[in-house]
Write a protein that binds this ligand. Sequence first.
Ligand code: GLC
Length: 698
Amino acid sequence: MEMSRRLAVKLAGAAVVAMRPGAVALPAPAHRPHAGDQARHKAEELVRRMTLDEKITQLHGTGPQFPGSGYNGSIPGNSRLGIPALYLADGPNGVGNGATGVTQWPSAKALAAAWDPGLARRYGAAYGAEQAGKGHNVALAPCVNILRVPNWGRSAEAFTEDPHLNSRLAEAVVEGIQSQYVIATVKHFAANNQETDRMSVDVVVSRRALHEIYFPAFRAAVQQGGAAAVMTAYNKIDGSYASENAYAVGQVLRGEWGFDGMVVFDWGGTHSTVAAAKAGSDVEMPGGTYFGTALKNAVRNGEVAESVVDGMVADVLTAMFRAGLFDHRLPDPRSALRTVVSSREHLALARSISVQGSVLLKNQGVLPFSGAVRSVAVIGEAAHRIPQPTYGSATVNRTGTAITPLAGIEARAGTVKVVSSHDLLGRTTDAAAVAAKADRAVVFVGDTAGEGTDRSTLALPAGQNELIEAVAAANPNTVVVLNTSGAVLMPWLDKVRGVIANWYAGQEQGAAIAALLFGDAEPGGRLPETFPATDRQGPAGSGDRYPGDGVSVRYDEGLAVGYRWYHRSGQKPLFPFGFGLSYTRFTLGDLGVRTGADGGAQVRVTVRNTGSRTGSEVVQLYLEHPDAAGEPSPVLKTFAKATLAPGGSRTVELSVPRDAFAVWSGERQGWTVLPGRYGIHVGRSSADLPLSAEFPVL
Ligand code: GLC
């Protein structure tokens, strides 16, 4: 009797992480919401009652959905056994696939820039409630791929370049979504970091970089967040498609991490029947080319043991039991097509995310507008629209009247005179003339990025740099608002007095940016990605490192991704990871470090608001390993956001558990904590760490 696939893989996986001197056990799976141990047991009981045809039906989609359906994949229910139908819907920035009556949220990047897992959890719950209200019980989100190249076309759907921040946000959003009895599908596993050749490119990457950079957020989503589903990526990893990768899916996801939920292929990302079934993947979408009749035939002719199919179906049903789908039936999506699931509360949350996630990059006395400001010029085509990904599964229809930047500023201005230039891109005389007459000029600029294509440059498109230069020449008190997917180049930076990274800010953008400009709120964000100074900066500077030769792309920078690269290479970026200013000022002091009960570090630091306005500071802790560990830089291990009134102070407690000191050892094929002298560095960005202490590990 063939040992069940799940058990065989689990035993193999377990051998890899057996404790050794200095080795570190992986964190035990946290309690999963709505779960308990019954999920797998109930699933396997149900499988025993299913016919082979019913099992096969559970393992593939019904084909492409009609446009505007609000979802992009479905599996019919089984009325004989009481199994609910599955409706799988995009995306990370809101209910997509043409759905109406939904909130167009700020992008995942804006959410990441807030550095606030509690806010991320609230977003997940609100977004999950909207998916549920539309009858979708599987959300194809969050996207937790690491930002390896800043010009990745899907940068706006992703969070960050750093594995720790990525992990905290991933688990929070997953918990939020699944609190609404909707399956969260963390995607795209793994190393999907570019659109160029995405369907086939072979990512050549070390196992250490996979485990320390590209895997962590998936592991956190699964083990801490309790994600009930994982979507595999299109690309290959070290020679075999991610969707049938025995190492990534079989040994790591299933074996080491103990994931027993649903693994769904990206749409059209299935490439085989037998190899994919045996690797540990479960569900083909949107149709059943490989996991429909072909899989049934493979069982009939003995190529795939029926026990393997039983395990696959049990994965799907376990995910459904674990997320509460059997006990919480949703409306039929067809009957919910016109249901409005957005709400005033959700729009208020969208506004708050945009405010908290906006990053003040420069401010030479121009922000917030003081009482002396009597006129404002609003410039730029981007002031008249709401930016979002231009194409692909992350696009979202907004509900009701979107508040554009101009509309938001006009609504907030009161007695302040607002003038605007309806200049068409490329014609700057009108804009300069309008700007010259106002006390402040605010130029809104944006990029166009989306699924399927990487940005060819980080430069602002369509003459926007020239527009900013012309306006700044006409008005020294010029502020630039960046409504972009991510990092952009700023050749005009020295000529303007204020810059705010406002990202793709969602349909409440105008109200949020107006609150920030007029000082009703403070930009609370910090950069979740490095902003390079030129297109040539960063780890992917050469062809074989990005975008590759059409066959493979080599991640030869290893661990040196994002700020890690800049630290090791000595390149100076325009703005570093973790950077962000405030409308007030903070000091950090009184660093205290002691050894915690588990041998890790317990750290305390006092934050003081020494300015005249309430504001937020994000205290960041970076761990420096001994040289022998081979880490390219101090790495973010924890952070805390403190909001303080003027004159207020707070002692922040930061803990670095012993497991977090571990590095992934190629020779041990597992985690290990090296003895030696570590550095604890605390500050307000990866490049501003004024407080340090040595921490020995024996
Ligand atoms: C895609 C995307 C994936 C999305 C899926 C369904 O091509 O890569 O993120 O969830 O199709 O629309």
